[in-house]
Design a protein around this ligand. Structure first.
Ligand SMILES: [Zn+2]
Length: 373
């Protein structure tokens, strides 16, 4: 067998299988908790959908538990250190003990707030299955899936997904309270009566216009930059790097983007369509892919467009602020799309620490400006 002939390759594969199995095992255990305590851990919006497709989700869970076990077993047989694979096997057993694919709710008490643990597990699975192969197929820079800083980014991903309801309340309530006076019902009725696809593009445009200036302020006002520097601190770009953002950065951006949507009164289906689309697009433009999108790149933000925003190369500093419509940068003369790709990423001013809590605390601390790069 080839594996036994090449110990280095075998060790590498064993480690990967162990880490992947461990991660999948954690997701399986989280999913068990979702089955056991749905009112506490599953987002209210998703519950009806999950009950309709219960058989499918139970099937996926069963496959995931078996895969975790197999990855763990492969790792144990391939590596001298049994830690990685052992943890995966233990997690698969814990998931089975918690009820496996047959787990039933232990509580039926409805609650006002619930965590979005389901949202975290599903998004991570869907995005991982979509973007990891994409980055293998069209990889731009040679880098590992488990590159430096991935654990920190995963923590950001975890908080923003599990806390989805809390974050959306923190966005919706203040806007609804402070801007209620500006609402004109008859005007909103006209807006919501338009075709959904038209509203979708209108939302893209108004949110992008606001986001452009908020994003520019985050770069050019020093105290705001300390928050946004967290997002720019990734030294390698990939799909998971998109989730590295300070909570204040996330909240300010969402509040600013929601104000025009709330005032104009778009229909819920247009808003949901927009949210699903931008959540995938935002991940895509951070991905380590070499897609260039000739011509279209001057209209829509592409990976190339956004990689230039993240560069620490002098030519790309404070360029390409738009989230989706790159022509906004063309209009305001901040677009930068040369023939080559950026050579490095990260910040040139301030380099935040690599730990999650360190990054949360970073903007609130006094510190000397430490040039980086
Ligand atoms: Zn930025």
């Amino acid at each position: 067998m080839e594996l036994s002939l090449n110990p280095a390759r075998r060790t590498d594969l064993g480690k990967r299988a162990g880490v992947t199995g461990g991660l999948l095992g954690v997701l399986c255990v989280f999913t068990e908790f979702c089955f056991l305590f749905p009112h506490l851990l599953v987002s209210a919006d998703g519950r009806a959908f999950y009950s309709e497709h219960l058989g499918l989700f139970r099937g996926i869970l069963q496959v995931a538990i078996i895969t975790t076990f197999l990855l763990g077993a492969f790792s144990v047989f391939s590596l001298r250190s049994k830690a990685h694979g052992g943890i995966a096997i233990v997690l698969a057993l814990v998931a089975l003990l918690l009820g496996g694919s047959e787990a039933e709710p232990l509580t039926h008490q409805p609650r006002a707030m619930s965590a979005g643990l389901d949202y975290f597990v599903l998004e991570l699975l869907v995005l991982g299955l979509l973007f990891i192969p994409m980055e293998r197929l069209w990889g731009l820079h040679e880098q590992r899936i488990f590159r430096e800083g991935w654990q920190t980014d995963l923590k950001h991903f975890f908080v923003s997904h599990v806390g989805v309801q809390l974050i959306s309340f923190a966005v919706l309530i203040p806007v609804q309270v402070f801007f209620a006076w500006a609402v004109r019902a008859d005007f909103q009725a006209h807006v919501a009566a338009q075709p959904v696809w038209l509203q979708f593009f209108e939302i893209l445009f108004v949110v992008d216009l606001v986001s452009y200036w908020v994003h520019r302020a985050f770069h050019q006002i020093p105290w705001m930059w300390k928050f946004h520097a967290i997002h720019h601190s990734s030294l390698q770009m990939d799909w998971l790097a998109s989730s590295r953002s300070h909570l204040v950065d996330v909240l300010v951006n969402r509040v600013a983007g929601f104000v025009p949507v709330f005032l104009l009164g778009f229909s819920p289906s247009a808003i949901y369509g927009y949210l699903v689309f931008v959540s995938f697009h935002a991940v895509y433009i951070h991905a380590n892919v070499s897609h260039r999108w000739p011509y279209l790149r001057w209209l829509f933000a592409t990976p190339e467009f956004h990689h230039w925003h993240h560069t620490s190369d002098e030519e790309g500093i404070d360029k390409n602020f738009a989230v989706f419509l790159s022509f906004i940068d063309v209009i305001f003369r901040t677009a930068h799309l040369p023939a080559h790709w950026p050579s490095r990423y990260g910040t040139t001013q301030f380099q935040p620490p690599e730990t999650y809590l360190g990054q949360l605390a970073y903007p609130f601390k006094r510190h000397e400006e430490t040039p980086y790069g």
